[in-house]
Ligand binder design. Structure first.
Ligand code: PLP
Length: 415
């Protein structure tokens, strides 16, 4: 794993790169360069993280060679057919174990499907369970902090469903009164809650009550905050939502992938919305990685890690506030925050590009009521999950804030 001062305290990655070079010097060389980039950079992208080497190893294992369309025997109680291939004895046990462990992580009796290849595919299948094309969905738009799959016109969601969006108030907080008003007006079949660029606690309980009142299903997409839910640093959507989707590679620190949890009565629909509707054979090697990740998430060390992620985020954000910067919503409750650059003559993209040159990686992001285009943006999103994995504490992030401040001051002069 990479250390905080840009070293690597194991041989895992380097040995594997040498192995790849035997077959393809070009690919091996490029992976090596990416490895060096990651090792030396300060990674502030809020959706990224460094999974353990055990997770990486599971993802690179012989399970990648196995076809296993369908569901393991234990999942047949939901009415599914079993597997469509022979030789699934061991991948069955791995997938069943994975499901069992994730239910343990969230202490839930919800059904779980661990096969979605990504967060977007999990959402694709979850929509299929709740709505038909043309149905009304009330959701959080991309430019306010939602995800592409929450109804953007360039995504299947905006294309297939009749989207209505609730908004944020003038301070940038989700406006629950607006959610309630719009829900009563548009009578949606589904309400979507969750975000990719929102620094505040989301009130899943109120979302659940509103959904119930208007007879809609509630889907919570906890892709970003799932790790915080595990550690008790964000209220849980379990008990309030009918469908819960997540990625496994963000704060959960697992392999790149997705999962869907649902109320037990939706289990059969969820499973058939994943396979055969959206996907073919499951990635059993990634599912093994998800199982290892669950096991890690059950440890007290993981919960300590998440507590530190949140503490770091608050200290990092405060350092910017102390230096006079504007932050969307004026602070953060979670692992990320958004700098508001609308008063500057350079854009979020300019800052992203300039920081890239000095080895600090973050991403430009739209902020509420952004006057710049999505290609330019007036904000940047900053997250603490990856560098906290590498051992960063509050002081380390305050130092990074000062480096970013110095760069901004320089840009004010020369750009
Ligand atoms: C990241 C994210 C997704 C999509 O995940 P992918 O694995 O990139 O498809 C979905 N929803 C939210 C809220 C996200 O932040």
């Amino acid at each position: 794993m990479f250390t905080k001062d840009g070293k690597d305290d194991s041989r895992y990655n380097r040995d594997n790169i040498e192995f790849i070079k035997h077959s393809s010097p070009t690919v091996g060389e490029l992976i090596e360069r990416e490895y060096e980039r990651q090792k030396g950079n300060i990674e502030l992208i809020a959706s990224e993280n460094y999974s353990s080497e055990a997770v990486l190893a599971a993802c690179g294992s012989c399970l990648s060679w196995k076809y296993a369309e369908g569901y393991p025997e234990a999942e047949r109680k939901t009415g599914n057919r079993g597997r469509y291939y022979g030789g699934t004895e061991f991948v069955d046990q791995i997938e069943e174990y994975c499901c069992k462990k994730w239910k343990e992580v969230f202490d839930t009796d919800y059904h779980v499907n661990v096969q979605p290849h990504s967060g977007s595919q999990a959402n694709f299948s979850a929509y299929r369970v709740a709505v038909d094309p043309g149905d009304t969905v009330l959701s959080f738009s991309l430019d306010n902090g939602g995800h592409l799959t929450h109804g953007s016109p360039v995504n299947f969601s905006g294309n297939l469903y009749d989207m209505v969006f609730y908004s944020v108030d003038h301070n940038g907080f989700i406006d629950m009164e607006d959610v309630c008003k719009k829900a009563r007006e548009c009578n949606p079949k589904l309400i979507v809650a969750g975000a990719s660029a929102y620094a505040r606690t989301i009130d899943f309980k109120s979302f659940g009550e509103i959904a119930k009142e208007v007879g809609a299903l509630l889907m919570v997409d906890m892709a970003h905050i799932a790790g915080l839910v595990v550690a008790g640093d964000h209220p849980s959507p379990f008990g309030h939502a009918d469908l819960i989707t997540t990625t496994t590679h963000k704060t959960l620190r697992g392999p790149r992938g997705g999962m869907i949890f649902s109320k037990p009565e939706l289990a059969k629909k969820v499973d058939s919305a994943v396979f055969p509707y959206a996907q073919g054979g499951p990635l059993e090697h990634i599912i093994a990685g998800k199982a290892v990740c669950a096991e890690e998430a059950l440890t007290s060390e993981y919960k300590e890690y998440i507590h530190q992620v949140v503490k770091n985020s608050k200290a990092f954000c405060q350092a910017f506030l102390d230096m006079g910067y504007k932050v969307v919503t004026g602070g953060t409750d979670n692992h990320l925050f958004m700098l508001d650059l609308s008063d500057y003559h350079f854009s979020g993209k300019d800052l992203q590009d300039e920081l890239d040159k000095i080895g600090i990686t973050l991403n430009k992001n739209m902020i509420p009521e952004d006057k710049r285009s999505p290609k330019e943006t007036s904000g940047v999103r900053i997250g603490t999950a990856p560098m906290t994995t590498r051992g960063y504490l509050e002081d380390d992030f305050v130092k990074v804030a000062k480096r970013i401040d110095a760069k901004i001051k320089e840009m004010e002069k020369y750009l």
